[in-house]
Design a protein around this ligand. Structure first.
Ligand SMILES: [Zn+2]
Length: 417
């Protein structure tokens, strides 16, 4: 058993513990609490002026877009940004495994241990497995016409079935968004998901003002885009309501739903998400990049919605450092308690992705996926410090020494995921 001592331990099950300790054995947490001299059996590692916390959870990204880093400039509106993305993506020739590998390495180096990844190709699955990084990969369906809905969803299911023998990755299904997925496709996805209990589902929700316009009146830039790419359905009738009511009518709101963005949501819609137990994932840097505005994080929290955080892809964010995303949340919501923001990046994300029994909290029996953050002298409020921008060079992973190798001077193995 290894005992870690640190200036601060943040178990995320209660307040931070000053001068705390964590006992770890076999890659699992044995105990956590205030530092004591009792009961140490094995190496004691004093981490000094650091804060130890559970590995962070990036609840929304698109690793397969990693090759587009810096290639799609910020825009004044989301339709303008999507035009740029589609033009660039068409020319890029598909997901780039090397770019995905380096994105995953960068994300890990800045303290992320669990990822919620949206994929149209499942190309990220083998890359995550080889990198030994835990993830929920959602196979996303993007199809508006009703015709062929069952076949589109059936093909996605076959791809999931073909991914056998996974160790770190768990799979799920996603609908892209209410303005890009038709009602028959939502219904077919819902049936398929109900046959796969325990796996969460995901959907982009209320991201742009144009989405609201499209659902209320069936007009605007999203309709123009569907017509231009030959995916418009002339028989479709706009639901005449907002996106939350629309999804609720289709049975698409429940505790298994990971809804992403929510920038345009009203208080009534937020109350509905809270009542249904939906987790909302906020991606504030991406929202600014794609021109949809800042997310109303204080209203999300006041409404009692479960809230997690993600970086979104490298096509609309400068990096995959979740600490930088937390700092952006802090700028959007200066009065929200720092611990509430840290919950978003740990326990809430882990629960939403279906990994709450292993990730997101430091507690006996949970996986010892732990990071330490170097603290400068004089940090009084460690939680506030952690939500104001941490760089990768401050972050270390706690690597449990192995009794078998310590004796011969070997390198301790890395129990990182
Ligand atoms: Zn997204």
């Amino acid at each position: 058993m290894t005992r870690y001592l640190a200036e601060w331990v943040l178990p995320m099950t209660g307040p931070p513990i000053r001068r705390g300790q964590i006992d770890v054995a076999g890659g699992r947490v044995v105990s956590v609490g205030p530092a004591t001299t009792r009961g140490a059996i094995g190496p004691v590692v004093d981490l000094g002026a650091t804060a130890v916390l559970p590995a962070l959870v990036n609840a929304h990204t698109h690793l397969e877009l990693s090759g587009l880093r810096g290639e799609v400039a910020p825009a004044e509106s989301m339709p303008a940004w999507v035009d740029r993305l589609l033009a660039r993506r068409g020319a890029s020739g598909g997901p780039d495994p090397a770019a995905m590998r380096s994105a995953i390495a960068e994300s890990r180096a800045s303290g992320t241990g669990l990822v919620g990844d949206i994929s149209n190709t499942l190309a990220s699955v083998p890359v995550l497995e080889v990198a030994d990084v835990s993830a929920r990969v959602f196979r996303e369906v993007l199809a508006f016409p009703d015709e062929g809905a069952a076949a589109v969803v059936g093909a996605a299911l076959e791809e999931l079935t073909a991914c056998g023998g996974l160790t770190t990755v768990r799979l799920g299904l996603a609908a892209h968004a209410p303005y890009s997925v038709g009602p028959a496709v939502f219904a077919a996805l819902d049936r398929a998901i109900r046959d796969r209990p325990r796996a969460p589902r995901s959907v982009h929700l209320a991201e742009s003002p144009e989405e609201i316009e499209f659902l209320r009146a069936g007009v605007g830039p999203w309709r123009t885009l569907l017509e231009r790419i030959g995916r418009w359905n002339p028989d479709w009738t706009p639901p005449g309501c907002g996106p939350v009511e629309y999804l609720d009518r289709m049975g698409w709101l429940g505790p298994d739903v990971v809804a992403v963005h929510g920038v345009q949501l009203t208080d009534t819609e937020l109350a509905c998400l809270a009542a249904r137990g939906v987790t909302l994932v906020t991606c504030p840097r991406s929202n600014r990049w794609t021109g949809v505005g800042d997310p109303p994080i204080d209203r999300f929290i006041k409404a009692g919605v479960r809230l997690a955080v993600g970086t979104d892809s490298l096509a609309s964010a400068p990096d995959l450092n979740l600490f930088a995303e937390l700092a952006s949340m802090r700028r959007c919501a200066p009065s929200v308690p720092a611990r509430r923001l840290l919950d978003c990046a740990t326990s809430a994300g882990a629960d939403a992705l279906g990994f709450g029994d292993a990730f997101g909290r430091i507690a006996p029996g949970r996986r010892a996926a732990l990071i330490s953050v170097q603290l400068p002298p004089g940090v009084g409020d460690v939680e506030e410090y952690l939500v104001n921008g941490i760089t990768a060079d401050q972050v270390c992973w706690l690597e449990e020494p192995d009794d078998r190798t310590l004796g011969d001077g070997g390198q301790p193995p890395d129990h990182r995921s």
